[in-house]
Design a protein around this ligand. Structure first.
Ligand code: NAD
Length: 512
C-alpha cells in the first residue's frame, strides 16, 4: 500500500507479486536481454539521453510523486533525487562507451610476450535491484541506468512503501525506448524481495538495512549469486578546533535533518573539539529551532515527516535511552502530534556517550547527538568505534589536517567540509566498509559492478609449440632453471647465463 506519510492518505493499493509472478518477470527479462545487449552501447546511450530529456521535462511531476509518497520536502525531491538521476545519466552518456569498451592488456612477463590479451566487459544478464524507501527514485534509477547501459535487463523490487516512485521510473524508461521486458518493476514486500533473490537473476544490487542485508547475503550465498550490498550507516562528523563554526553548524543541521534524518549518509554522530563544543551546540540548537516542520508539499517546509510511525518509535526509543543515561536535550526531543502521527521535532542532544544507543545504532531520524573530544587522535578513535563505515566528514580550515584525518577513518567516503553531497557526485563511487556493505554503486566502479570481465588471449605465433609443453626430462629441468634465472635473477650477467642455459629447450629431443 502506498500512503502519504504527511497526511496518512492512501495513494494506491497494490497486490504483492507472488513467487511465480516474480519468476515470470525474470524469465521475460532474460528472454529480452539478448536483443537489448545486441543493440550495442551507443544505441543504449541514445536511449539514456532520451530518458534524461523526458525526466528533465517532467521533473515537477516526478518530484511531486516522491514528496507525496516519501514525505520529503519538494525541493529535496528535486535536488537529491531528480538532479542526482539527471546527473547520473549525464555521467553514463558521457563515459559508458569509454568505460565499457574492449581494453588491451599488455603482458609484462617475458614468457608471455608472444601473446596479446584484452578485457571484454559483458553484461551479467538480468540484474535484480531491491531498494529502500528513503531515496525511492534516485537509488533504483542510478543503479538501473548503469545496469541497462551495460546491456543488462533489470527487475526492480522497490520498497513496499514507495512503489509509485519506481513505477514513475518505469514509465519514463519505457517512453524513452527501453523495452518493457528489459526494465520491469515487481511490487511487494520482503517476500517478493526474497522471491527475486531466489529467481534466475544473475546479480543482485541490494540497498537497505544491515539486518535485511545479512539475510539477503545468506540467501544469495546459498546459490552463489553475486551481490552488491549498500547498507546502513552511522556517519560521524568531526568538527576540529579550527573549523568555521557558522558554516559547520549549518552543515551539521542540514546533514542531520535532511529527509528528516532518513538518509544512509545522515550525520548520525557529531564529535566536536572541547574548546568549541558549547558554542557549536548552541549554534546548532539555534538553527534547529528555526526549522519549519510540516508537509513536504508546502514550499516553506524544511523537514517533513518520518516514513511511518514504526520509524518514529525507533527514533523515540533512541532519544529516551540517551536521556535515561544522562544526555541533555538541547532542543526538540518530542513528537509533534499536532502535525500528524509521523512528525518528530528536529532534536539536538548534548552530553551523549558511546554507551547510548543513539551513538551505536542507526537512528534514521531527525536527531543530532553531539559529543566533545580532546585531540585529533581522540576524534579518529571515536569515529572508528562503530560497526558501520559508510561515510564521514571532517570540518577544518586546514585542508592538509583534514586529509590526514580522512586517511585514518574507516569509511567508504570521507568528505572534508561537507556532508552527504558525495551521493550527488556521479563520478564518485558510493558504498561502505564494515557493516555498511560490499561493492560500489555510482561512477566507474558502479558501472564495473554491472559487467563480468572476460579476458581473451591470443597467441601471436600459433605455428610454434610452447616451450613448457610435454617432453619433460632432466635436461629440460636444467634448461627451465636457466629460463627462470633469465627472467628473475638479479644482475644482467646472471640473466644472460640463464638465457643461454635455457636456449636448448626450444629444440630439445622428445618434445611432444
Ligand atoms: P529494509 O532493509 O527494511 O528494506 C530494504 C528493501 O529490502 C525493501 O525493498 C524491502 O521490501 C526488502 N526486503 C525486506 N526483507 C527482505 C528479504 N528477506 N529479502 C529480500 N528483500 C527484503 O530497509 P528500508 O527500511 O527500506 O531502508 C532503510 C535502510 O536502508 C537504512 O538502514 C539505510 O541506511 C539503508 N540505506 C542504505 C543506502 C546506501 O546506499 N548504503 C541508501 C539508502 C538506504
Amino acid at each position: 500500500m502506498s500512503v502519504n506519510p504527511a497526511t496518512g492518505e492512501t495513494l494506491r493499493s497494490f497486490e504483492c507479486a507472488t513467487e511465480v509472478e516474480v519468476q515470470a518477470a525474470v524469465a521475460r527479462a532474460k528472454a529480452a536481454q539478448t536483443e537489448w545487449n545486441a543493440r550495442g552501447v551507443e544505441a543504449r546511450i541514445r536511449i539514456l539521453g532520451e530518458f534524461q530529456r523526458k525526466l528533465h521535462e517532467r521533473k515537477w511531476e516526478a518530484a511531486r510523486v516522491i514528496t507525496q509518497e516519501a514525505g520529503k520536502p519538494y525541493v529535496e525531491a528535486l535536488l537529491t533525487e531528480i538532479v542526482v538521476v539527471l546527473d547520473s545519466a549525464r555521467f553514463l552518456i558521457g563515459n559508458a562507451y569509454r568505460l565499457l569498451r574492449q581494453e588491451d592488456v599488455p603482458h609484462g612477463g617475458l614468457a608471455m610476450k608472444t601473446k596479446s590479451g584484452c578485457l571484454v566487459r559483458e553484461p551479467y544478464g538480468v540484474i535484480g535491484i531491491i531498494s529502500p524507501w528513503n531515496y525511492p527514485f534516485s537509488i533504483p534509477s542510478t543503479e538501473a541506468l548503469a545496469a541497462l547501459v551495460a546491456g543488462n535487463a533489470v527487475v526492480v523490487k522497490p520498497s513496499e512503501f514507495t512503489s509509485l516512485c519506481a513505477l514513475e521510473l518505469a514509465k519514463l524508461l519505457h517512453e524513452a525506448g527501453v523495452p518493457t521486458d528489459v526494465f520491469q518493476v515487481v511490487i511487494g514486500d520482503g517476500r517478493s524481495g526474497a522471491a527475486l533473490i531466489n529467481s534466475a537473476i544473475d546479480k543482485l544490487v541490494f540497498t537497505g538495512s544491515v539486518p535485511t542485508g545479512k539475510r539477503v547475503a545468506q540467501t544469495a550465498a546459498a546459490r552463489l549469486l553475486p551481490v552488491v550490498l549498500e547498507l546502513g550507516g552511522k556517519d560521524p562528523m568531526l568538527v576540529l578546533d579550527d573549523a568555521d563554526l557558522e558554516v559547520t553548524s549549518s552543515g551539521a543541521v542540514w546533514g542531520a535533518f535532511v529527509n528528516a534524518g532518513q538518509a544512509c549518509l545522515s550525520v548520525e554522530r557529531c564529535y566536536v573539539h572541547r574548546s568549541v563544543h558549547e558554542k557549536f551546540v548552541e549554534a546548532c540548537a539555534e538553527k534547529t529551532r528555526k526549522l519549519r516542520v510540516g508537509n513536504g508539499l508546502e514550499p516553506e517546509t524544511d523537514v517533513g515527516p518520518l516514513i511511518h510511525e514504526r520509524q518514529l518509535r525507533i527514533v523515540e526509543s533512541h532519544v529516551d535511552d540517551a536521556k535515561a543515561k544522562g544526555a541533555r536535550v538541547v532542543t526538540g526531543g518530542k513528537r509533534l502530534p499536532e502535525l500528524g502521527s509521523n512528525f518528530y521535532a528536529p532534536t539536538v542532544l548534548a552530553d551523549v556517550t558511546h554507551e547510548m544507543r543513539i551513538m551505536r545504532e542507526e537512528t534514521f531520524g531527525p536527531v543530532l547527538p553531539v559529543m566533545a573530544f580532546d585531540s585529533d587522535e581522540d576524534a579518529i578513535r571515536l569515529a572508528n568505534d562503530s560497526d558501520y563505515g559508510l561515510a564521514a566528514s571532517v570540518w577544518t580550515s586546514d585542508r592538509a589536517r583534514g586529509n590526514a584525518i580522512a586517511k585514518k577513518i574507516a569509511a567508504g567516503t570521507v568528505m572534508i567540509n561537507d556532508v552527504i553531497t558525495c551521493f550527488g557526485i556521479s563520478e564518485a563511487p558510493h558504498g561502505g566498509v564494515k557493516a555498511s556493505g560490499r561493492g560500489r554503486t555510482h561512477g566507474k566502479f558502479g558501472l564495473e559492478e554491472m559487467v563480468c570481465v572476460k579476458y581473451v588471449d591470443a597467441e601471436r605465433l600459433p605455428g610454434v609449440k610452447r616451450v613448457w609443453w610435454y617432453g619433460y626430462s632432466e635436461a629440460f629441468a636444467r634448461q627451465m632453471e636457466g629460463f627462470v634465472d633469465a627472467m628473475f635473477a638479479r644482475g644482467v650477467v646472471a640473466r644472460v647465463r640463464g638465457a643461454l642455459r635455457s636456449a636448448g629447450s626450444y629444440v630439445r629431443k622428445g618434445r611432444v
